[in-house]
Design a protein around this ligand. Structure first.
Ligand code: ZN
Length: 326
């Protein structure tokens, strides 16, 4: 056999196998998405997301305390308002007594070392379930949408969040949020993580169950990206870096590894996040339950593929498991 044919000598030991990764997985790469509802004592299982619950602020200590002990370093909050009055502009999004703002304050107090991000969107809070404000014909009215989303982001910053993460996909919102943060005195205090390449995916179903954020009519295809849109994704990533995003995100993750890889090349100087979304998580669980593969092995394989593609931060419902496994 030719010398150049022989590779196996290089990875015959578990340690030398670990050296084959450019970057090793660490606990700090994982950000845990959590659902906060407006019943302060809630601890309600979400059937379509195995092991995940909707939590009330009074339960955060018992929920997250053990995870922080195991090395949890960051969470991203999603508000699930079940009792508020929703309207056309998503007024409850930044209600000072709403679940997200109360949870930010509570978590800052309970866990001073925990990094707290908050998803910023209007769809959980609008009566029509869309991510922005609408024209009478049901299309997005961009300017007031962006203004409102920036206002919500600034109010989360005022509550003490470390990172705001707009997921709405409205044109121009990164620039507006960054300007808003700077003008309110948070330019050097709050990170802006953009859901830059967020695709109109079939993998969001369990999340919509969990967050109650399905649109009441139509879909989100006029603002989320078409699955085949590599070029649009690249343009969105480049736009958001120039508009002031501190972190670029690709969502979902596994079917879009090429986009993660593109983002790593287009924005090499930014941290790069990807979101292993609810449907990816549910799919891995379902496959494992059906005996197709081992859950842990597949969880590792999927997140390792994301890191290999260039991700430096992974939003995943597997975070509690990885705190045990790593
Ligand atoms: Zn939304």
């Amino acid at each position: 056999m030719d010398i150049s044919s022989v590779l196996q000598g290089g990875y015959q030991h578990s340690l030398s196998r670990s050296w084959q990764s450019r970057r090793a997985l660490t606990k700090s790469m994982f950000m845990y998405p959590i659902f906060i509802t407006d019943d302060p004592d809630a601890s309600v299982p979400i059937p379509s997301l195995p092991g995940q619950r909707r939590w009330g602020v009074n339960k955060l200590k018992e929920f997250l305390g053990p995870l922080v002990e195991k090395g949890l370093e960051s969470v991203i909050l999603f508000g699930v308002p079940l009792n508020c009055v929703k309207d056309t502009r998503g007024t409850p999004a930044d209600d000072t007594q709403g679940p997200v703002i109360l949870a930010i304050k509570k978590l800052r107090e309970l866990f001073p070392s925990l990094y707290i991000a908050a998803d910023v969107c209007l769809c959980e809070y609008t009566d029509h379930g869309h991510c922005g404000l609408l024209h009478p014909d049901g299309t997005i009215d961009t300017a007031p949408s962006v203004e409102r989303i920036a206002e919500v982001a600034v109010n989360y910053a005022k509550a003490g969040v470390h990172c705001v993460a707009p997921s709405d996909m409205m044109d121009g919102r990164i620039k507006a949020i960054k300007r808003g943060l700077i003008d309110a005195g948070f330019g050097n205090k709050v990170t802006l993580m953009s859901y830059s390449a967020k695709f109109a995916s079939g993998l969001y179903g369990p999340f919509r169950d969990a967050a109650g954020s399905a649109p009441s009519f139509g879909d989100r295809k006029c603002y989320q990206l078409p699955p085949g849109a590599k070029g649009l994704a690249r343009r969105a990533i480049q736009r958001d870096t120039t508009e002031g995003a501190d972190i670029i995100m690709v969502k979902p993750a596994l079917p879009y590894l090429d986009i993660i890889s593109d983002a790593a090349q287009l924005a090499p100087d930014h941290p790069l996040a990807c979101y292993q979304v609810s449907g990816e998580f549910a799919m891995i669980h379902a496959g494992a339950a059906a005996g197709v593969y081992n859950l842990r092995a597949m969880a590792f394989e999927t997140v390792e593929s994301m890191v290999r593609a260039g991700a430096t931060l992974i939003l995943s419902y597997f975070t509690p498991e990885f705190l045990e496994w790593l």
